[in-house]
Design a protein around this ligand. Structure first.
Ligand code: ASP
Length: 439
């Protein structure tokens, strides 16, 4: 078996956390490739090393003295090295970083040092070879990730080394300029390494025991999801359920490699398995609930709209021309509603309205702001009757008015629109009826 183990920032924030990660790796000889993040927060008031690096570079790029900021970063690493009783010295690395910062090497270079240095420590601690991600994670000239080139270069290198530490979050352009993924991007590196290693599993070690059925800031101590399919995950992540970077799914999904989200602080927990498909019955009819606030609806009415071919296209063309993507478009005989992100829409509002009037000549246009969308997701819904009915009676019970409902044709999800202020109450009611009531 080949396992790729990616450790997040909180799993490597201190020597103590490093020891936990080390014990996890040593406990299973299949964990041959390790992808570390930069040291994260040691407690809630702490600062991530990545953020310290961005701030330090910002000072450097303004031509100001950044030595104090850089010394603080060096101290974070030294604390880990001392705590692990390693003889390693990063002095020369920090000299190089100082020089490159003074020469304005770029903020991507700056941020990437967080993972780079943590990778060096991890490799030393484990006795694994270190592979600089700049040599194996390839971006093209325009800065787009080059999946095929990376796979060829990386798989060759991994099989040559046999086992290795590959730092997350960054790679390089053909001219060797360092380029990072977006924030949280070490998850993507882990997935790329898993694909290149033809791994049996991509383990993503973090500080929670998997995906939770609902947001713990809304539901007190929610249940964890045992197994979730990629499609379900996509629906939930899109609606704001965090834990894994969205772009981390593609490389492993293509290669048919499952992801196992695990908790570094509770390695005995099974975590969540993310799989292509499964015949394993979910514990509940729904797999998860997620949602976001801050949407607007634009309700367009026109008599005989139903018989006007091309009406929808004209309306959507206006949104397209203004660079606004729509979320949902529920429609009736003579009505059509477009849901958009409020933040994207507000400043272009009048332009969009004028555009719709001009192109589609509606009778009226009404708008409503401060709406929330909630996605109730579950492969189990397909085989179960009455799911929508149960959702609505639960919402009626807590006096939440449903503004919109949209069921995807896959029967994998039901989207519900409510007022922002009803968001939390709605999620609680749905969680209670499907999960709490069945415990
Ligand atoms: N260290 C980077 C960040 O804070 C990448 C990562 O941790 O995944 O975004």
């Amino acid at each position: 078996m080949v396992k790729v183990a990616k450790f997040g920032g909180s799993s490597l924030a201190s020597a103590e956390q490093f020891e936990k990660a080390g014990a996890i790796i040593r406990e299973d000889k299949d964990r041959i490739f390790v992808v570390p993040s930069a040291p994260g927060k040691r407690n809630s008031s702490d600062t991530k090393v990545t953020d310290m690096l961005y701030a330090c570079y910002e000072t450097a790029s303004r031509g100001k003295d950044f030595s104090v900021r850089l010394a603080r970063i060096e101290a974070r690493y030294q604390e880990i090295i001392d705590g692990l009783h390693l003889t390693l010295s990063l002095r020369e690395e920090f000299e190089k970083i100082k020089k490159n910062f003074s020469e304005k090497a770029g903020s991507d270079y700056a941020a990437s040092r967080g993972e780079y240095l943590n990778g060096i420590i991890m490799a030393e601690y484990l006795g694994y070879p270190f592979i600089d991600a700049a040599e194996v994670i390839c971006f093209d000239k325009k800065g787009n990730f080059d999946a095929e080139k990376t796979d060829a270069v990386l798989s060759k290198r991994l099989s040559k080394e046999g086992r290795a530490v590959v730092p997350g979050f960054y790679g390089a352009l053909p001219d060797k300029t360092i380029k990072t993924f977006s924030r949280g991007g070490s998850d993507i590196t882990g997935s790329i390494v898993a694909r290149a290693a033809r791994a049996d599993v991509y383990e993503n070690w973090t500080d929670v025991s998997g995906f939770l059925i609902a947001d713990p800031r809304i539901i007190n101590d929610p249940q964890a999801i045992d197994t979730i399919t990629y499609r379900e995950l996509r629906e939930l992540s899109y609606m704001g359920a965090g834990v894994l970077h969205e772009d981390a799914i593609f490389p492993v999904r293509r290669a048919g490699i499952p992801i196992n989200i695990r908790n570094t602080n509770r390695p005995e927990d099974r975590g969540t398995w993310i799989v292509e498909s499964t015949c394993q019955k979910p514990d509940y009819v729904i797999t998860g609930i997620a949602g976001k606030k801050g949407f607007c609806s634009i309700n367009i009415e026109k008599a005989m709209m139903n018989s006007e071919v091309g009406f929808g296209r004209k309306v959507l063309e206006v949104f397209e021309k203004n660079g606004i993507s729509f979320e949902h478009i529920p429609s009736g005989i003579d009505t059509m509603t477009v849901f958009v992100h409020q933040s994207e829409f507000v400043e272009k509002e009048q332009k969009v309205l004028a555009g719709i009037h001009k192109l589609a000549q509606p009778d009226t246009i009404e708008m409503e702001s401060d709406l929330a969308l909630i996605a109730v997701v579950g492969r189990g819904m397909k085989a179960t009757r009455g799911t929508a009915g149960r959702i609505f009676s639960a919402l009626a019970h807590v006096n939440v008015n449903v503004k919109m409902i949209d069921q995807g044709s896959s029967e994998l999800n039901i989207i519900i629109g409510v007022k922002n202020e009803d968001f939390e109450a709605a999620i609680k009611a749905i969680y209670n009826i499907f999960v709490e009531a069945q415990l």
